[in-house]
Design a protein around this ligand. Sequence first.
Ligand code: PXG
Length: 452
Amino acid sequence: MNARITPVSPQLTPAPSQEELGAFWMPFTANRQFKANPRLLARAEGMYYWTPEGRQVLDGVAGLWCVNAGHGRREIADAVARQLTTMEFAPTFQMGHPMAFELANRLAQLAPPGLDRVFFTNSGSESVDTALKIAIAYHRARGAGQRTRFIGREKGYHGVGFGGISVGGIVNNRKIYASSMLPGVDHLPHTLDLGHNAFSRGLPHWGMHLANELERLIALHDASTIAAVIVEPISGSAGVILPPVGYLKRLREICDKHDILLIFDEVITGFGRVGKPFASQVFDVTPDIMTTAKGLTNGAIPMGAVFSQRKIYDAMMQGPENVIELFHGYTYSAHPAACAAALATLDLYEREGLLTRAAAIGSQWEEAIHSLRGIPNVIDVRNFGLIGAVELEPRPGKPGGRAYDVFVECFERGVMVRQTGDVIAMSPPLIIEPAQIAQLMGTLADVIRTTA
Ligand code: PXG
């Protein structure tokens, strides 16, 4: 594989002073801790970032699971620049622009069978809220307006909108909003079980029966009240939780039996992360609705897309033709610059075979990450496609502390990984080469060995 990479900007932006760090209220960041000791990135190309001082850092997480084709892709930058000088904005409410239709058609061709109606958003969180709203609207359109309940899953992450945190299962994202969330949401148990599955290579074999908990929740609430089940095929944010073999198929069967929609949140698994364009194609389980974002534009311009089965769209296309069918949309739905970025990104993915590269290089990735087994404090290693996680023994009474120290020290030694709880997660650009896999795992191994 020969990715042609040209730097977009060779200029390094100077680092802000201590005082200049104040105004930016940083997302999902311990602001005071960060600002006392900032980690800054000023330039990116290929597999690497550079700090404002010019120090090179290997990107082990594709930015935040989004820069799948690697950094500084000239083709994307050029397409966006061309679009901005041709037409920077056009509305898509009761108007249209050609690229929005072109992109929807391209995506429909890439999608799992039948998921050929595409609604555009600006982020994963918006994609999730859109999917939940489509699910309720669909049931109502077919005369089942009482189906308003959602089933999510413990440890699920579906962004930070009120819909997303309601169906999500990460306690810190939920606890202070407890009384403000969607009513009528219940949760499946998560599928992480180190007792049975530690150090599984690929999907764990134990745990398919956990899907049967859906039958229990349906018996409790009655199927006639439930609009949809939403899960990530692979949970990312909670520290990489893989579906046990057969688990997703079982969820699909139960949803079919009870006329419940199945939503796959593919915000991180979409666009080649696991060896095919979408995880549902790898697992051979087709959802009714699929949410995406991130890799859709290689992270260059914010954009999300929600794919719906044709039957859902068709069910909504009823009533007088002059009446809006779905009262939902964003000013920037199908923003021209985002459409240009997405089309250029899809071209790159296709030309360089990136949407299947994770399958080709997955076994090398698996070998490399499992070489960390046996290092003190490593209590699990998980992998699938180009996703990996190393779970560390928490320090007594200080959960997350050890992994945080590992994350910081890796950055000091020129490797960027993600830390969540006591898990180090990795999801490199899909252009990663074997020598870079070795650098990533070698540095991580050294740092874990030397972190008390
Ligand atoms: N669904 C899933 C499955 C996600 O992973 C979102 C929705 C929300 O997307 P937006 O674009 O609104 O952030 C996400 C986001 C991490 C990490 O390191 C993961 C995400 C975001 C930030 C960090 O695990 N996923």
